[in-house]
Each structure stands twice: as structure tokens, then as C-alpha cells.
Design a protein around this ligand. Structure first.
Ligand code: 4AD
Ligand code: MG
Length: 433
């Protein structure tokens, strides 16, 4: 048998005979000539069969093989500028691993989103999904590389937790040996313990929120990266986040040009993503909304998606909105020492209408303030006792943030909805697969 090869490496085999193992994506019948498009997960290659050049069984197979049958194709790698990818396989033999049983549900024609979601397990084989999920993988790797190279230690945080981090309304409750436990909403509280132990840390994992409304930006299960560090301030957080986000975008531009092109992404917007990012206060953001959108926007209200779009439209890069009203944000946010009605928090809003991709800020390092905040937010003290300990033994100013992977992928790929940014999305819907 000739050498097995992956399609992504095929250029290195020009003139040689190789074996490609994959699936039939598509085919064209030209009588004595059969063209198959074979996909192996790393790419797609055109396989050309001349009736005279292959055994009769192989030719017959090519003529009748259904879409998404699995096949092993042997042939010589030839440069072919007209073929997608620039190479083709001049086939000498081919056999089937499994012939598809019936017509593949997803054909090149347009399908509705409902149907595609029901067939998500098969839809993943399409070139659009390949582009998106490859970009996702690159984004995740770039995030990890940046943090690892900048002194952040990966410390994993638990998924089963006893208490809320981001409010009690979106908790997923489970049964933990007869006691209630919740799927993690954020690793942050543990990150704070870890930062006091290791200085600069991050966690990166699945995060759960029972989001009871259907939007383009919300999943019930999403992936969040959360860096946290001791002796850090609100400004430090914004400096770190803008470096990290810029590195991620530039890495995708360098490494995933083909995929961005497949998605018809206009990259001029992405090329501009370099530090520094503009920074405006919540007060200034409210002024923008009142001047250009809702004249009656009330100070203290949260921004809706159209408000965020309006704010981000004023800038060509992501924009930090800082000093949100204290009452709007989670219990742990440090109040501004001069103006306690606002807190040392900031969100990063992505351009092109993508809204919040990062939430973060400086945490309160004051024991009495946090005790009062637990009461104010109606949170029971017992599950937070360990968290309060961090303010008893060498409490220091510290900060951190959380970046949502799916919203970042949606923005970089310019997708309408987060559902395509993860292989098997969990949303306010029945779990199908
Ligand atoms: O703003 P959030 O709720 O912040 C936190 O959880 C902090 N504890 C993070 C920290 O400081 N360590 O969430 C952070 C980010 C959001 O900006 C968004 O990108 C993403 O997580 N996110 C979601 N993504 C998809 N679906 C959802 N339901 C999301 N909720 C938050
Ligand atoms: Mg937020």
C-alpha cells in the first residue's frame, strides 16, 4: 500500500502516489471521467478517475457512491491550478469503507437553521463549520499561549460549587449527595484564592448559566477564560485584557486567513485591533445613548444589546466601559473609594455590534464591605466563609476578568449567532444531541 497522507500536507507529495482516507463530499459524473471531492477533516481534494486507469470495481464505485460514504483513495498527487487547493489525486484505485445508507440529510442546497441544528452532528462536516471551529481552536490556543507566556499559571477551578458568583437567577442546580450544588457560573472566587497563593493565575473551562431568554449572545453552557492576579487594579486589568485580545486577533489573522476568507470575513476591521483600546466611563456611555439613541435612558440601568451597539459604533476597536453603578454589578466588585456609587469594574464591548465579550474589574479586598454586600445581595454567609477568609489573611488589591470564548468567536468570524461557535451548543431549547 502507498503512503497514507493527510490532505493538508498533500503539497509535499507532488509526483508521489499516496492513500487518502476520508469521505465523499461531492461528485461530478462526466461519463468516462469521475470527479470526487474527498474530505478527510484536514482538507478537501479533487480525486479524478479515468475509466481506463482504474479497476472496473473502483470506477463503478466512484460512479455510484453516495455523498458521505467513507472511502480510501490511492492516487498520484498532481499539481492542478484549477482544482480547489491546487492539487488533485490522479486515482489508480479506490475502495469503500462504508457505503452511506441512504441520502445524506445535508445537501448543497439551502437548509433552514432549525433543520441544520437538528442535524448538528452531521452539519459539522461542512466547510463553513470547519472554518469556524478551526478559528475557535486557534483563539483558544492563542489565549493559552499568551497567558502562559506572560506569567499566568493555569489552576483549574471546580465545576460543582456551593454558591453563586454572578447572581442567583441563572444557577443550574444539581443534587450533590442529597445537598444542592450548582454548576459553576464563574471560577472567579476560586481564582481569588489561587491568586493569593500563586500571584497570577487563570482558569479556562466550561461555564453554566440558566439564561431564560433566547438571544444571539447567550448560551447555557459556554467556555470562559478567567485570569486573576494579586496586586492588580482596574487599570492593570484593562492593560492586560487589551494586550491579550489584540494578540488573539492578530494570531487568527496570521494563522487562519484561509478560514476567514471561506467565511467572507472582511479582515480590515480585525487588522485595526491593536492596543490601546478606547476607555470611557459608564457616565460617558450614558451620554452617548442619550444623545444618539434613547433620550430617556436612566442612569443605573443596564445596557441592552442596541445600547451596546450604539456605544461600540463610535469606535473602530473594542471599547472598555468602566465605573459601572455599584448596584448593577456583582457583590464582589470594589466600590470607587471617592465615589462609592460606582465600582472599579469594566466591560469590554467588541466592535461591529457584538457587545460585551469581557467582564471584569478590581475586587473588594475589605472584609466588612463584603460581609455587608452578602447581606445586601441576600446571599447566605456559610458558603462564602472561605472566600471571606481571603480578606483576613493578607488581603491585597487584586483584579481579574472573564472572556467568553463563544462571543469572541462570533465577533472574529462575524457570525449572526453564537450557536455556530461551539460544536454542540446548549441553549434554551431541548438538548438534541
Ligand atoms: O460578565 P460575566 O458574567 O463576568 C463574570 O463571570 C466574572 N466573574 C468574570 C471574572 O471577572 N472572572 O461573564 C464574562 C463573559 C461575558 O463578557 C461574556 O463574554 C461571557 O462571559 N458570557 C457568556 N457567553 C455566552 N453565553 C452566556 N450566557 C454568557 N454569559 C457570560
Ligand atoms: Mg458581564
Amino acid at each position: 500500500m502507498s503512503e497514507p497522507a493527510y490532505i493538508q500536507d498533500i503539497g509535499g507529495y507532488e509526483g508521489k502516489t499516496v492513500t487518502v482516507q476520508g469521505w465523499v463530499a461531492d461528485k461530478t459524473d462526466k461519463g468516462k471521467l469521475q470527479f470526487l471531492r474527498v474530505r478527510d477533516g484536514t482538507g478537501v481534494i479533487q480525486a479524478t478517475l479515468f475509466q481506463k486507469a482504474v479497476p472496473p470495481e473502483a470506477f463503478d464505485l466512484a460512479k455510484h457512491v453516495a455523498q458521505e460514504s467513507s472511502v480510501v483513495v490511492t492516487g498520484e498527487v498532481r499539481k492542478e491550478p484549477r482544482a480547489p487547493g491546487g492539487y488533485e489525486l490522479s486515482v489508480s484505485d479506490m475502495h469503500a469503507v462504508q457505503l452511506a445508507r441512504g441520502e445524506f440529510p445535508i445537501t448543497p442546497k439551502e437548509h433552514g437553521i432549525e433543520f441544520l441544528m437538528q442535524n448538528r452532528h452531521l452539519w459539522l462536516r461542512s466547510s463553513r463549520q470547519h472554518a469556524i471551529l478551526r478559528i475557535r481552536a486557534t483563539i483558544i490556543r492563542a489565549i493559552r499561549n499568551w497567558l502562559d507566556d506572560n506569567g499566568f499559571l493555569l489552576v483549574d477551578t471546580p465545576i460543582l460549587t456551593p454558591a453563586a458568583v454572578e447572581g442567583t437567577t441563572t444557577l443550574f442546580e444539581t443534587d450533590f449527595y442529597g445537598e444542592p450544588a450548582f454548576l459553576t457560573q464563574s471560577g472567579q472566587l476560586y481564582n481569588e484564592a489561587n491568586a493569593m497563593a500563586f500571584g497570577k493565575v487563570y482558569c479556562f473551562g466550561p461555564t453554566f448559566r440558566a439564561e431564560k431568554s433566547k438571544t444571539r449572545r447567550h448560551l447555557s453552557e459556554f467556555w470562559m477564560v478567567e485570569p486573576e492576579w494579586a496586586f492588580g487594579t482596574l487599570d492593570d486589568y484593562m492593560n492586560v485584557a487589551e494586550q491579550m485580545v489584540s494578540y488573539v486577533v492578530q494570531t487568527v489573522l496570521q494563522e487562519r486567513a484561509t478560514e476567514l476568507k471561506a467565511l467572507e470575513r472582511d479582515t480590515t476591521f480585525l487588522e485595526k485591533i491593536v492596543p490601546p483600546f478606547p476607555r470611557i466611563s459608564y457616565d460617558e456611555a450614558v451620554e452617548i445613548i442619550r444623545a444618539r439613541g434613547d433620550a430617556n435612558f436612566k442612569w443605573g440601568d443596564d445596557f441592552g444589546a442596541p445600547d451596546e451597539t450604539l456605544i461600540s459604533e463610535q469606535f473602530d476597536r473594542p471599547v472598555f466601559v468602566h465605573h459601572y453603578p455599584t448596584d448593577m454589578k456583582a457583590f464582589y466588585m470594589a466600590p470607587d473609594p471617592i465615589r462609592p456609587a460606582v465600582c472599579l469594574s469594566a466591560d469590554l464591548l467588541a466592535p461591529e455590534g457584538y457587545g460585551e465579550v469581557i467582564g471584569g474589574g478590581q475586587r473588594s479586598d475589605n472584609l466588612e464591605y463584603l460581609e455587608a454586600q452578602l447581606l445586601k445581595h441576600n446571599l447566605p454567609r456559610a458558603p462564602y466563609e472561605w472566600y471571606l477568609d481571603l480578606r483576613k489573611y493578607g488581603s491585597v488589591p487584586h483584579c481579574g476578568f472573564g472572556l467568553g470564548v463563544e462571543r469572541t468567536v462570533a465577533w472574529i468570524c462575524k457570525l449572526d449567532h453564537v450557536r455556530e461557535t461551539i460544536a454542540f451548543p446548549r441553549m434554551l431549547e431541548k438538548i438534541m444531541q
